[in-house]
Every structure is written in C-alpha cells, then in structure tokens.
Design a protein around this ligand. Sequence first.
Ligand SMILES: Nc1ncnc2c1ncn2[C@@H]1O[C@H](COP(=O)(O)OP(=O)(O)OP(=O)(O)O)[C@@H](O)[C@H]1O
Ligand SMILES: [Mg+2]
Length: 318
Amino acid sequence: MAESQVMVEARSLAKEYGATRAVNDVSFQVSRGEVVGFLGPNGAGKSTTMKMLTGYLNPTAGSALVGGTDVADDPIAAKRMIGYLPESAPLYEEMMVVDLLNYVADIRGVEGPQRRERLQTICHRCGLDDVLGKNVGQLSKGYRQRVGLAQAMVHDPDLLILDEPTSGLDPNQIVEIRELIRELGREKTVILSTHILPEVQASCDRIIIISNGKLVADDTPEMLSGGGGAVVRVVVKGEDSFEGTLSALPGVLGVRAMGEESGGRAFRLSCSPGSDPREHVFRAAVEKGMTLIDLHREHASLEDTFRQLTTKEGVADA
Ligand SMILES: Nc1ncnc2c1ncn2[C@@H]1O[C@H](COP(=O)(O)OP(=O)(O)OP(=O)(O)O)[C@@H](O)[C@H]1O
Ligand SMILES: [Mg+2]
C-alpha cells in the first residue's frame, strides 16, 4: 500500500483511564476511499479509539495518523481533514438549524461563493430542508442525528468518523442514513461504529472488531461471515451417534451437537467455501439406518463470528 493511500493509521494505540485499560495496543490501517465498520460490545473501546483518531483525546501510548499527520502533534491540521460525529453530538439546543450550520461554517472557515451552495447541498443530502428554521432543541432524535452528520460535513472533509450514526433512529431513518453513508462512501473514507450487524454487512468494505480494548478481527464482511463457507443443519433420529460420521464427510470442517430438536438430535456443520455436503449427509444417514428429519443449508452469520470473538474473553470491565 503506497503511503498516500493510507488515510488513517492506528499504531499501537492505548488509553488508560486510571486503572481501566479502555484501549490496549490497537493497530490498523484504513485506505483512502474505504468504508470501515467498527464493532464491539458495550465498553469495548470504540468511542475511545475514535476520540483518539480525531484528536479529542490523547493516547496514553501509541499514535494515530490521519493523512500522514500525527493527530497529537498537529490536531488542527488533522481536524481539517476529519468530519466527526461524536456518540452524543453536543449541539446548541437554542440555535436554529440554519444558524447552527452557518456558525459551524464560520468556525471551519468555509467562505466565498461556494459556501451557500455547500450548505444547501449538505442540508438536502441530510434531509434537513424542512427543519432549517426549527430550533435544534425541538428536533426528534433522528433529526438531531442528521444535524450532527451535516455539521460533520460542512468543511467537506476527506474522512468521516461517525460514532453510532444510526443510534436511536427508527427503521425508516436507519435505511435513509445508511443510504446516505453508502453514497458518501463513494467519495470519502468512512469509519463508523454501530451495534447493528446487518448495517455493517450492507455498507462496509471492511470490519474491525474490538473486544475488551483489543483488536480481535480485521477482515471483510464476507470472511467474517464464515469465509464464504456455509453452515448445514442436520437433524437425525436413530441409534448411531452420527457425529463422527458427519465429521468425516467431504467439505465438513467442523461439527457441533446442538441437542434435541423435533424428536431427533440436531447438528451444525461448518463447511469449507464452495462445498455442499448435503448429498453426503443423506447417503451416510441411509447407510447407518438413520432417519433424516431436517437437512438444510444456511449462511454463517456475522453475528456468530461476533459472538465467538467477543464473548469468550469475558465482558469489558465497564
Ligand atoms: N471518561 C472516562 N473515564 C473513565 N473511564 C472511561 C471514560 N470513558 C470511557 N471509559 C471506560 O473505557 C472503556 C471503553 O469505553 P468506550 O466508551 O470507548 O466503549 P464503547 O466501545 O464506545 O462502548 P459503547 O458501545 O457502550 O458505546 C469502558 O470501560 C468505559 O467505562
Ligand atoms: Mg461508544
């Protein structure tokens, strides 16, 4: 990867709050134009990492680089490149939406003939046209979130860091904001955190998972959803234990006994990419004199991987 293509780099980032290790030796890179989903259970360290990337919090150890600039060394230069939507956007409640955005444009030094057009475009994209004259304090949670997004975009930054952009939104608004983020992702680098797994699957090129302050996965949504392999569910009735038979079938990587189901015993087979062992399962059942009650294929889910990676180490000490 050429240096100029790296938009964000976390180098062994760490943050301690007293005795709490909120972020522990986290390293990753984000290339220009990538849309990266940041996942992790409550208290995993997502917001803390984002605050260090945006220069709102200094790391205890390690460094964050944005566009090659060390954020702690030159936070002003870094912030010029970044649009940040914090977890709970601190908005001026008594200000009208239009005034707030103009105020942010002033602070950000957005001037000249393009200013009016920029603000219009942003309001339109964020769906704010109808509430420009309302006070921020009167807006619903979803609209406040849109205002937060708009204020992050006023100075047309190359990088957007969005901390739970869809939190508190209704399903319609989630779809709208997701579409907006996907659209923004075509021209910008985006890092977003969320608890909604289908959301990252739908809109991200890559997923980073942190648990207990540590990075536990950094991969594509496809790889994290079972590496392209499928899962086959089998329910059988009969005398044979069948587990060993299933394990030996071509394409089967692993077998998990799932207990009693529909009067039989259920198994979950993880399969290698491209393989489909259902035919073998059927033949093996016939050969062993077993009755097949259920046999179907499903795709492994990101949820499975997330649970696997974030529950065994124990919950963060939040
Ligand atoms: N200002 C603070 N002072 C002390 N501890 C803090 C502070 N901010 C965060 N922490 C602790 O740091 C850890 C990581 O918190 P962080 O907010 O980064 O998690 P998160 O992944 O964003 O969680 P959530 O999904 O709930 O937003 C938690 O244990 C939290 O209690
Ligand atoms: Mg958070």
